[in-house]
Design a protein around this ligand. Structure first.
Ligand code: ATP
Length: 912
């Protein structure tokens, strides 16, 4: 069928064409067969590199090309030995680079796979959750608020369904969907095909189901995917700065190399030899590998984070995480466990514990008995019934380990369904007797939901009394404050009485008391209806008014045990945790106090307060208030903006559709892995798979560590390079011949430098990493003493090596150059080992606490010994076997570097 015409078909025609039954969906065999025919449901991705490409790229780097040219020139002038050596070094270097980059690429691909969305489909008669990529044409998909549409589909059902299609049509207002066929053929624009849903768009309201008509590259989005994918993947700030630094250093290097080259020629050195030396020096001075190292560290760091439940979606987030100064967190599910249990029911100040009601045998079930019980208790049954009906959770028959009933759906709703069941009211039965005919779904702006049910009066159910004379009844549950505003009556147990001020006060007091205890309180109300809204279109404002208030349900959601410590850790690290919740201010305050987010009596502001403030007022307030309650998603956005204006780096959590703008705006948008909608996940930089606040703090710690380690790598490489350059630059002034051969320089740079550098990238976090304030993200790479360190330690290394070399040369020792060469190499090993911590002594953190470093240093030492003692290598590198005391001299000089840096750290510790 021509994909352009699906919208003109009747639902039945579409289903027949696609050979699928609406209520059973496709069967296993059909799925397999279609999967083969249509392929996976994914957009063909460009830009992923094949291993060959990665390997080839290693040889395309400028530095490598320069070396290859140098090798060719060596060959031309007859120096085959040099040519082979240079090529061997180039290959070794390329292999090292390949392995690293390949690992980084794999890590990123794994991350991508993890964040692939899932979708609910009906197959073999059951609703199952599968990965979107497994969808085939003919699949029946179920859609709800926040879902990303996983393929193109023809709608079968649409209950208040609205879809945001901006990505496809440019229209920013969500489109209301319907299911009727639409006349007109191909000329009907996508935006007007109201009975279709398209890949790349998202549900912002309501729910529905659809049959998949096109998948993968055949979808409308697939057709334009080529256009979308041409965007280059963006560089992280650190990568950009590294690239910039590389360029600056390259220019400086050319200057220095020119000086050495000219000085050499003036002293009458051989032209060919000077040329090779110059090339080697250029290679030494230009830190070409820096951007690559940053990428690799970030990618591998992201993989480590994943092991601790933080899934990075955008690589720059790894960097930014380390600089976060404020973490704005939802309460429910992030700070708390999201395991709600109803504890107390209250009508008109008449409070009953659920437990007591269960023990006493809940009388309302028995119609005969219920006539004799007190009216308020009778209302309890009414309320529980309403709460279970105005509810999308599903109760599963079996119990979990704690003896709680298992529910599927929103935990708040689940708690209500479970409570009703404990009192003998089963949702399934209720749904049959009072079938739902329309609804206004929950939104976090209104903080309530309403459902309309047909009334089938059973002969003697006294709880039906309030609406006995109406064909329909609307049940509403939501925040108590809001519900009181739309109610004008209250159910006394026998009749609806006017909601006078004193009654209102009584309800509010009961609400406050429960909230003070940290409980989440929902109000329940009803309204008899004489008719359904016209053609099923619900206007919330018209429906949610003139309600009769019934009572309150309070539920407990315990704080997550690990959060207390995480809050403490964040505070010590100079990061302010902020709670932003839709819940009641008193509930919020209590939980925030329990978790240490605010002190007793700390200020709590509400969304209403915020609405009254201008940006200036808000800016002042966010500086010291840490708990915001009864906020709507739009307030989250304003809070982020105000914090950012103050110069804060903000991490913000969110799960709903409407949280997306705040997530995008924040420096680190954090989506919830379990409860988060697809829309929020797509807007985020990071997903916490366990919804846990503590995971964010862990990720910050990891982020800080990665940044630290990148800095250590830079510190190490640049100090080493500086040392070599000092040697080459100063030697002519001492009247010495060339202190290092070209091959020796290349050896140091491409082999002995590499391994310990990489070992620094996997160094453990410093002990004080969460005891220091965050660093500003735009601080110079060389900040905090790193620039000075590079200069003086480089100088020390250079002078020590040159010193022993000069002494050996003036004593006419045959191995003077090898002594110099070895001193330089080994003092670099010493340096790598000592800067593993920028503060603590290596003796404190343990010489063997980074086994990679131990291995790297040992291996490098062995390689160096081969170069010094193995005749074939001696031949290539122009080295001489060292006598034991000469080797001892090189080791001793390296120890000097080690001790000197330890002293530097000692001073640093003393200063702080
Ligand atoms: P957060 O996750 O932002 O900390 P929250 O879960 O408290 O907060 P929302 O889910 O927006 O925030 O809920 C806000 C309020 O809306 C709740 O305090 C409650 O009164 C009401 N509410 C929550 N869930 C439902 C629901 N399923 N039906 C009706 N009302 C609800």
């Amino acid at each position: 069928m021509d994909s352009k015409l699906w919208h003109t078909q009747l639902i039945d025609e579409t289903l027949t064409l696609l050979e699928v039954q609406q209520d059973s969906g496709l069967h296993g065999g059909e799925v397999t067969q279609r999967r083969e025919q249509y392929g996976p449901n994914e957009l063909v991705e460009r830009g992923l590199k094949s291993p060959w490409q990665i390997l080839l790229e290693q040889f395309r780097e400028t530095m490598v090309i320069v070396l290859i040219v140098a090798a060719l020139i060596s060959a031309v002038i007859g120096d085959v030995k040099d040519m082979i050596a240079i090529l061997a070094i180039v290959i070794l270097n390329a292999v090292l680079g390949f392995v690293q980059e390949y690992r980084a690429e794999q890590a990123m691909a794994a991350l991508k796979k993890m964040s692939a969305p899932v979708v609910k489909v009906r197959r073999d008669g059951h609703v199952v959750e599968i990965k979107s990529v497994e969808l085939v044409p003919g699949d029946i998909i179920l859609l709800e608020v926040g879902d990303a549409i996983p393929a193109d589909g023809r709608l079968i059902n649409a209950t208040n369904l609205k879809v945001q299609e901006a990505s496809l049509t440019g229209e920013s207002i969500p489109v209301e969907k319907a299911t009727d066929p639409i006349p007109g053929g191909e000329e009907v624009p996508l935006g007007d095909r109201k009975n279709m849903v398209y890949l790349g768009t998202a549900v912002t309201y309501g729910r529905g189901s659809a049959v998949v008509v096109d998948t993968g590259m055949s979808t409308e989005l697939g057709k334009i995917a080529d256009m979308i994918q041409t965007v280059e993947s963006e560089q992280t700030p650190l990568q950009r700065r590294m690239a910039q630094l590389g360029k600056t250093l390259a220019v400086a290097a050319i200057g220095i190399v020119a000086v050495v080259f000219v000085l050499g020629l003036l002293r009458g050195e051989d032209l060919a030899e000077m040329f090779l030396t110059a090339v080697a020096m250029a290679v030494a001075a230009v830190p070409e590998g820096l951007p690559a190292v940053v990428t690799i560290s970030l990618a591998l760091g992201a993989q480590r984070m994943l092991r601790r439940n933080a899934l990075i979606r955008k690589l720059p987030a790894v960097e930014t995480l380390g600089s976060v100064t404020v973490i704005c967190s939802d309460k429910t599910g992030t700070l708390t466990e999201n395991r709600m249990t109803v504890t107390v029911l209250d009508v008109l100040g008449e409070t009953e514990k659920l437990e007591t009601l269960m023990e006493g045998g809940f009388p309302i079930i028995d119609a005969e008995v219920s006539k004799d019980v007190a009216p308020p208790v009778r209302s309890l049954g009414l309320m529980v019934k309403a709460a279970a009906l105005c509810n999308d959770a599903i109760l599963e028959a079996d119990m979990d380990r704690d003896g709680d009933m298992r529910v599927i759906g929103d935990p708040t709703e689940g708690a209500l369904v479970a409570a009703a069941a404990k009192l003998g009211l089963w949702k399934e039965e209720l749904d049959q007797r009072w079938p739902r005919v329309a609804e206004a779904p929950f939104t976090s702006e209104r903080k309530r939901m309403t459902t309309i049910h047909r009334v089938n009066i059973p002969v003697d159910d006294p709880t039906d009394a309030p609406w006995r004379d109406s064909p329909y009844v609307a049940f509403c549950k939501g925040s108590v404050d809001g519900l009181l505003e739309i109610s004008d009556r209250v159910w006394s147990g026998d009749e609806a009485v006017k909601l006078e001020a004193d009654l209102c006060k009584r309800i509010q007091n009961a609400n406050d008391e429960l909230a003070l205890d940290g409980q989440r309180v929902l109000g329940v109300a009803f309204r008899p209806l004489d008719e359904l809204p016209e053609n099923g279109q619900i206007d919330e404002a018209l429906l949610e008014r003139e309600m009769t208030f019934i009572g309150l349900v309070a539920m407990l959601d315990p704080p997550r045990p690990e959060v207390n410590q995480a809050v403490q850790e964040a505070r010590e690290a100079g990061i302010r945790p902020l709670m932003i919740t839709g819940d009641h201010p008193l509930t919020a305050r209590r939980i925030a106090q329990d978790l240490g987010i605010i002190d007793e009596g700390g200020e709590v502001l509400t969304g209403q307060d915020l609405s009254k403030m201008g940006l200036d007022g808000l800016e002042e307030v966010v500086g010291h208030v840490s708990v915001f309650a009864r906020v709507a998603p739009e307030h989250k956005l304003r809070i982020v903006e105000a914090l950012q204006k103050q110069g804060q780096i903000v991490a913000m959590t969110g799960d709903g559709v409407n949280d997306a703008p705040a997530l995008r705006r924040s420096d680190i948008g954090v989506a919830m892995g379990i409860t988060g909608t697809d829309v929020s996940k797509e807007a985020s930089d990071m997903i916490i798979l366990d919804d846990n606040f503590a995971t964010i703090v862990n990720a910050v710690k990891e982020g800080r560590n990665i940044y630290d380690n990148v800095r250590k790598f830079i510190k190490y490489t640049m100090t080493s390079n500086a040392g070599e350059i000092y040697v080459m630059l100063f030697a002519p002034f001492l009247g010495m011949p060339l202190p290092l051969t070209a091959l020796q320089i290349l050896w140091i740079n491409l082999v002995t430098d590499g391994l310990p550098g990489l070992a620094l990238a996997v160094e453990q976090p410093e002990r004080n990493i969460m005891k220091r304030p965050p660093f500003p993200p735009d601080e110079s790479i060389f900040a905090r003493g790193m620039g000075t360190h590079i200069i003086w330690v480089g100088l020390l290394m250079g002078l020590l090596s040159l010193g022993v070399g000069y002494w050996g040369w003036s004593m006419a020792l045959p191995a003077w150059q090898t002594i110099l060469f070895t001193t330089l190499t080994i003092s670099q090993m010493a340096h790598a080992s000592v800067i593993r911590s920028s503060r603590d002594s290596i003796l404190t953190i343990g010489l063997f606490s980074n086994l990679f470093m131990v291995a790297a240093v040992s291996l490098t030492f062995v390689l160096q010994m081969l170069v010094v003692y193995w005749p074939p290598f001696q031949n290539i590198f122009g080295t001489q076997a060292l006598r034991p005391w000469e080797l001892g001299l090189a080791l001793g000089m390296s120890l000097v570097v080690f001790v000197a840096v330890e002293i530097e750290k000692w001073f640093r510790r003393r200063r702080s």
